[in-house]
Structures are given as C-alpha cells and as structure tokens.
Design a binder for this molecule. Structure first.
Ligand code: PNS
Length: 160
C-alpha cells in the first residue's frame, strides 16, 4: 500500500491541482491532499473551506482524501503514514524552489519528493492569477471547477 501526500496552499484549488491529484489517484493506492494552514499568507479561503472545496472536487476518486495541517510538512507526512510527497511542476521556474523544499524535507525526515509535470494546458495557471481574474470580473471557466468559481465570486463580492 503506497500513500502519496500532495501538499499545497490550494487557495483555491484549480484544474492544474486536480490534474496532478488525478494522476496520483491512478498511480498510488491512497492519496492525501494536505492543505497548509498558513495565516501569514492571508488566504482568501480558510483551511477548512479549502479542504471542503477539495473534497467536493475529488469525490470521483475514492482513494483521495483531504486534510489541513499546521507546521512542518514532514509532520503531516508522518501522521498520514505517507510514503512520498508529490508536487506538480509547471515550468522550470518552479523547479529551483521546489528542489530546495524537496532537499530540506529529505534532510528532515528522509521523505522523498516526486515531481509530476503539469499538463501543458495548465502550465500558466495559478491560484493567484485565478483570484485576480475573478476580482476584475473575468471568466475562469475551464480553469477551476464550477463549485470553486461560485465560491470565488461569492467571496470576492463579499470583500468589495
Ligand atoms: O501551494 P504552495 O504554496 O506551493 O505550497 C507550499 C507548501 C505549503 C507545500 C510549503 O510551503 C510547505 O511545505 N509548508 C509547510 C511548512 C514546511 O514544512 N516548511 C519547510 C519545508 S522545507
């Protein structure tokens, strides 16, 4: 039984994230999506809201679950009984920072990080860009699931 842990901010989840999760669901026995609860980043959605959005978006994979975590990633890896960390890479610009994180996590706990290239169609996609597009009234159809698009519109309308 091999468990992969897919960590991130997921503020909000996009089709780019779901693309990585889908591939993990096919490759591993169990997939735990771990949402970082980092209030210092002033997320648009609370960690509990991001977990709920992910759970709604991942119902078609019965081996995928989501949870939030505080503190070190290697601690949630240990608590979840995960064997590997999986991160998506959009472009070579992601690689430098991700390599640093991977090497630090390996040093801290011996956990290996595997990188999965994002599908080319989502190579430019980021949660920050999605939030900006919605904030200025643009369409994010095809970039995030409809449930996420609705939550974004509601939250950004509340903030205006
Ligand atoms: O979606 P993101 O912003 O790329 O996710 C980054 C995340 C949350 C995976 C990373 O910042 C993280 O692992 N944070 C937890 C704190 C931690 O373990 N820091 C040391 C890692 S070397």
């Amino acid at each position: 039984m091999i468990t992969a842990l897919v960590p991130g901010s997921f503020d909000p989840p996009t089709y780019g994230h779901l693309d990585i999760i889908e591939r993990c669901a096919g490759l591993f026995d169990r997939v735990v999506v771990a949402v970082a609860n980092n209030p210092a980043k002033s997320p648009l959605f609370s960690a509990a809201e991001r977990v709920a959005l992910l759970e709604e978006c991942c119902t078609r994979w019965d081996n995928v679950s989501a949870r939030s975590f505080d503190g070190l990633l290697v601690e949630v890896v240990r608590r979840a009984g995960a064997d590997v960390i999986v991160k998506g890479l959009r472009a070579v610009t992601d690689f430098e920072y991700e390599l640093q994180l991977a090497q630090m996590n390996r040093r801290l706990s011996g956990t290996v990080t595997l990188f999965v290239p994002t599908s080319a169609e989502y190579g430019y996609l980021s949660s920050s860009l999605v939030k900006e597009v919605v904030a200025f009234g643009g369409s994010v159809e095809g970039l995030v699931p409809p449930t996420v698009a609705r939550a974004l519109k509601e939250r950004l309308a509340d903030e205006r």
